[in-house]
Design a protein around this ligand. Structure first.
Ligand SMILES: CC(C)(COP(=O)(O)OP(=O)(O)OC[C@H]1O[C@@H](n2cnc3c(N)ncnc32)[C@H](O)[C@@H]1OP(=O)(O)O)[C@@H](O)C(=O)NCCC(=O)NCCS
Length: 318
C-alpha cells in the first residue's frame, strides 16, 4: 500500500427534494421517512448531467491538490449510473478537460469508492500511475421507479472526486463480494430485441429493504472488527467511522454497539439521502472543509451495496 489523498471536491445538483414534496405524489410522509431512514431531503438532477457534476468535482479536487488536468495519468470512475452505458463516465470527464490517459469505470454499486481506492492503490504501488483521479458519482434518480415509495425516498444524486498520489496514508484495505443479486438490483437493456423470448426488463432499481438492511448491519459490524484486528487498533483509536450513507439507523446502530460518541460517526444522509458511490467522498470533502479531519486522524471508510459488495479502508490522514 502506498497512497494518499491530496485533493478532494464535490458537486451536488441544485434542486433539493424534501420529504414533503415526495408526499405530494407518493403515499408517504416526513415522519415515516425520517424515523425509518433519517433522510429529510435529497439533491436530484433536473438539467444537470452526471458528467457536469463530476467535471466540477474533479476541477475542485485538482485545484485543491495544486495540479493540472494534464497531470492525471489514470482516471477511475466509481459509478453504476453514468450518462452513457459506454463510454465510461471517466472518459466523459476527460473529454471535458481535453486530456488523454487510461480511463475506465468501476461498478461496485455503493461500495464503488472503496473499490476505486483499492484500484488506485494497485496502480500507484506497482508504478503504473503517479496521479490518479477517482470520480465517485451516481445519478440514482435515473434508476428509480418514482412511483415506488419503498425505494424512491432513499436515494439522491451527487458527485465527488479525489486526487490520489504516492503516500503513506492507506494502512488497510479490503474489498469483497458475497455474490448475491436478489436483494438489490437494476436490470439492463433497452427492451428492443425483436428476437427476445421473454418480456424485456424495465431497468428500475428493485430492493428487498429488510434483507439489505440486515446485510448492511451484519457487514458493517464484521468489517469494523476485521479492520481493527488487522491494524491492531481499538475502536476508540479511530477518529471517524465514515460509513456509506444508506440509512441513519444502520450508522447509529453500529455506533451504539461500539459505545462511541455520535461525532465519530459523521452523517450527511439527512441532507442528501443515499448517493451510492459518491456518499463517502462527499462526506470526506465536507468534513475537510469544516476542518474536522486533520493530519494524523485515523479514518475507517466502509462501503456496502448491491452485489452484495463491501469495501473497507483504514487511513491515517496526511
Ligand atoms: C427501506 C427501509 C427504510 C424500509 O424500512 P422497513 O422497516 O424495512 O419497512 P418495511 O419495508 O418492512 O415496510 C413497513 C411498512 O411501511 C410501508 N412503507 C414502505 N415504504 C414506505 C414509505 N416510503 N412511506 C410510508 N410507508 C412505507 C410498507 O408498505 C410496509 O407497510 P405494511 O406494514 O402495511 O406492509 C429499510 O428496510 C432500509 O433502510 N433498508 C436498507 C435499504 C438500503 O440501505 N439500501 C441501499 C443499500 S446500499
Amino acid at each position: 500500500m502506498g497512497i494518499k489523498i491530496v485533493g478532494t471536491g464535490r458537486k451536488l445538483p441544485g434542486y433539493m427534494v424534501t420529504n414533503k414534496e415526495l408526499a405530494e405524489f407518493l403515499d408517504t410522509g416526513d415522519e415515516w421517512i425520517t424515523s425509518k431512514t433519517g433522510i429529510k431531503s435529497r439533491a436530484v438532477c433536473t438539467d444537470e448531467s452526471l458528467t457536469d457534476l463530476a467535471y466540477d468535482a474533479v476541477n475542485t479536487a485538482l485545484d485543491k491538490a495544486g495540479l493540472l488536468p494534464s497531470d492525471i495519468d489514470l482516471a477511475i470512475g466509481a459509478t453504476m449510473s453514468g450518462d452513457y452505458l459506454m463510454p465510461s463516465l471517466a472518459c466523459c470527464v476527460l473529454e471535458r478537460f481535453g486530456v488523454s490517459c487510461p480511463a475506465f469505470d468501476v461498478n461496485a454499486a455503493c461500495s464503488g469508492f472503496v473499490y476505486a481506492l483499492d484500484t488506485a492503490d494497485a496502480y500507484i504501488s506497482c508504478g503504473k500511475a503517479k496521479t490518479v483521479v477517482i470520480i465517485a458519482a451516481d445519478m440514482m434518480s435515473r434508476m428509480l421507479d418514482w412511483s415506488d415509495r419503498s425505494t424512491s425516498i432513499l436515494f439522491g444524486d451527487g458527485a465527488a472526486a479525489c486526487v490520489i498520489t504516492k503516500g503513506d496514508s492507506l494502512k488497510y484495505i479490503r474489498t469483497t463480494a458475497f455474490a448475491h443479486i436478489d436483494p438489490l438490483f437494476a436490470k439492463a437493456g433497452n427492451g428492443s430485441n425483436p428476437f427476445a423470448k421473454s418480456p424485456q426488463p424495465k431497468g428500475f432499481l428493485e430492493m428487498q429493504g429488510q434483507h439489505v438492511y440486515k446485510f448492511a448491519v451484519k457487514t458493517v459490524e464484521h468489517e469494523i472488527q476485521s479492520a481493527l484486528t488487522a491494524a491492531n487498533l481499538k475502536a476508540q483509536d479511530v477518529d471517524y467511522f465514515i460509513l456509506h450513507q444508506a440509512n441513519a439507523r444502520i450508522i447509529d446502530g453500529a455506533r451504539a454497539r461500539l459505545k462511541l460518541p455520535a461525532e465519530k460517526f459523521p452523517m450527511n444522509i439527512q441532507h442528501y439521502g443515499n448517493m451510492s458511490a459518491a456518499s463517502i467522498p462527499v462526506l470526506i470533502d465536507e468534513m475537510l472543509e469544516e476542518g474536522k479531519i486533520k493530519p494524523g486522524d485515523v479514518l475507517m471508510l466502509i462501503g456496502f451495496g448491491a452485489g452484495m459488495t463491501a469495501g473497507t479502508a483504514l487511513m491515517v490522514w496526511e
